[in-house]
Design a protein around this ligand. Structure first.
Ligand code: ATP
Length: 241
């Protein structure tokens, strides 16, 4: 059984059907990419896994435990990077991280140690700046540091490299590889193909609320008879050139 199992999720917003029976699993120690165009249903899926949205139908299991409203114990196992990233405008980055460390129940000493460690690892040299003074990439790094503070075994990242420049993307890839080596299981969503080719162990292509195909890059290459993920993607979503 995977560390996260997503079974047959359905979700509508009014008349918009966002998810139409999404199922997949995140296996222990892997990097799993949810790859899909704008509006495919990636964020909706991630929000349901995190308990921030309720599905109309279907189940999510984390470490075999069914996620249901009011059950938040499982969330301690997951570090999440979402668009609303917990780096506060008026606080210095250090203060935002301290705040989250306390929320996560770490001791002051542990918080200080983790902040130093993570700033070094992630190249955060703006601990004394306020959230309002940060660029997008800086915020993303800050948000990633927040998610990693309590050493969660699972990471969920929603379009973490959106808007980042090339060096920041390289840093992100390095971090993902390193966290995977540390034994973390990582689920992340993106629409950037090159990155997926480089760091994902398995890929699910999501389109209009359905997973249209999934597997390792090699499996998808064999299935579609194409080498480049971009070509596979276009074929999988049935896009007519
Ligand atoms: P993107 O790559 O653009 O972030 P996504 O794959 O994360 O897209 P979702 O945000 O999950 O896609 O959206 C899936 C569908 O649900 C889209 O059709 C979107 O318009 C719709 N949707 C998402 N959030 C809402 C909402 N709060 N109210 C109404 N419709 C919504």
């Amino acid at each position: 059984m995977g560390v996260i199992e997503v079974r047959n999720l359905h979700k509508s917003y009014g008349r918009t059907k966002a998810l139409n029976g999404i199922s997949f699993e995140l296996r222990e120690g892997e990097v799993f990419a949810l790859l899909g165009p704008n509006g495919a249903g990636k964020t909706t899926t991630i929000f349901i896994i995190l308990g921030l949205l309720q599905a109309d139908e279907g189940d999510v299991f984390v470490d075999g435990e069914k996620v249901s409203p009011g059950k938040y114990e499982y969330r301690k196992k997951i570090g999440a990077v979402l668009e609303e990233n917990g780096i506060y405008e008026r606080l210095k980055v250090r203060e935002s991280l301290q705040f989250w460390g306390e929320i996560y129940g770490l001791s002051n000493q542990e918080i200080r140690r983790r902040i130093e460690e993570l700033s070094e690892e992630l190249g955060i040299d703006f601990l004394e700046k306020r959230g309002s003074e940060l660029s997008r990439g800086m915020r993303q790094k800050g948000s990633l540091a927040r998610a990693l503070l309590p050493h969660p075994p699972i990471l969920i990242l929603d379009e973490p490299t959106d808007g980042l420049d090339v060096p920041a993307r390289e840093t992100f890839k390095k971090i993902v590889r390193k966290e995977r080596e540390n034994g973390k299981s990582i689920l992340y969503s993106t629409h950037i193909m090159a990155e997926v080719e480089e760091i994902a162990d398995r890929i699910a292509i999501i389109h209009k609320g359905n997973i249209v195909t999934s597997g390792t890059l090699q499996e998808l290459q064999e299935k579609y008879g194409e080498k480049k993920l971009e070509k596979i993607f276009i074929r999988a979503i049935g896009y007519e050139l």
